[in-house]
Design a protein around this ligand. Structure first.
Ligand SMILES: [Zn+2]
Ligand SMILES: [Zn+2]
Ligand SMILES: [Zn+2]
Length: 295
């Protein structure tokens, strides 16, 4: 992976495509080589995921004089993982430029990246004790980089959650018995779902992560009745997938989704409890089984 990006000899345009002038040339003292792991905008962040596409221009300067083998930025990318502390399918990261000096020329002196729940989120500065750096953003695991974003407050980008990671705030524990396995999903210490299946785990982490994405947040994690009615069972039942068929059983205190194989062999049983299980969440949990249950 080439990560050292030497400056072009005679750059045609400026770093922002607006062209160089004498002032910006003088104030920068030439063009420093850049590091493909230090993006400073959305397009560069995209390139940093596969640095074969990275070109000089959108990155911060190299910090190790071109010696990429023992580059601290590269080591941090391997060793550190930035967590996204939000339980949502997507988050909007806002990029706030920081100007330390009152210089009229040149770019910002630094950046603060804020994780928000979307364009209308107002409380993100209070919630996030320490804003991210751009380098932090390169070390996010389990979220895909989405589209860039722009509004009157500034620029940003979306991150899309994948089934490579569980939902933030949902703890998954596994108990293996001689002939069966139980996976428990807890939110704020309260169990909201229990997946039971026979034999060993033929499925991957994605099944458990996808179920955790369907689980309610702390507001719906309790020991109250489920808010769905047995009449809704049909509309919450996942369609068959090949010989994999489903049944949904709505009781007062729980919803059970049972997956059976062609010859009526029970493959897995997912029990959902608490007042947070709306029909939409039950459907999402069923869809997780349908998509990720290997049999
Ligand atoms: Zn470097
Ligand atoms: Zn399992
Ligand atoms: Zn089968």
């Amino acid at each position: 992976m080439p990560i050292y990006l030497p400056a072009p000899k005679a750059p045609a345009g400026g770093p922002d495509g607006k062209g160089w002038n004498r002032l910006s040339l003088n104030s920068h003292g030439g063009f420093p080589a850049q590091c493909a792991l230090r993006p400073r905008r959305w397009g560069a962040l995209l390139e940093s995921h596969d640095t074969r596409r990275a070109r000089w221009g959108g990155f911060g300067p190299c910090v190790n004089r071109g010696n990429c083998d023992d580059c601290p930025v590269r080591a941090a990318l391997r060793e550190q993982c930035t967590l996204v502390p939000v339980n949502a399918p997507r988050v909007l990261v806002r990029c706030e430029p920081v100007f330390a000096s009152k210089a009229l020329f040149g770019g910002p002196d630094g950046w603060r990246l804020w994780v928000t729940t979307g364009p209308d989120d107002q409380g993100y500065r209070e919630r996030q004790k320490r804003p991210w750096s751009w380098e932090d953003a390169t070390r996010v695991h389990g979220w895909d980089l989405g589209r860039p974003y722009l509004d009157e407050h500034g620029e940003g980008f979306w991150l899309e959650r994948t089934t490579r990671i569980p939902a933030w705030g949902c703890a998954i524990t596994t108990r293996t018995r001689p002939s069966s396995v139980r996976h428990a999903f807890r939110v704020s210490g309260t169990r909201v779902a229990l997946l039971h299946h026979h034999g060993g785990c033929a499925h991957g982490e994605e099944l458990l992560n996808a179920i955790s994405h369907a689980c309610p947040g702390p507001d719906g994690a309790d020991e109250n009745r489920v808010p769905v009615h047995w009449r809704q069972a049909a509309e919450m039942t996942p369609p068959a997938a090949g010989d994999l068929r489903f049944g949904v059983d709505v009781r007062t205190m729980s919803v059970k989704i049972v997956a059976v194989d062609g010859p009526r062999r029970e493959l897995a049983r997912l029990t959902l409890t608490g007042s947070g299980w709306t029909a939409d969440r039950v459907r999402a949990a069923g869809e997780a089984l349908r998509t990720y249950l290997d049999h």
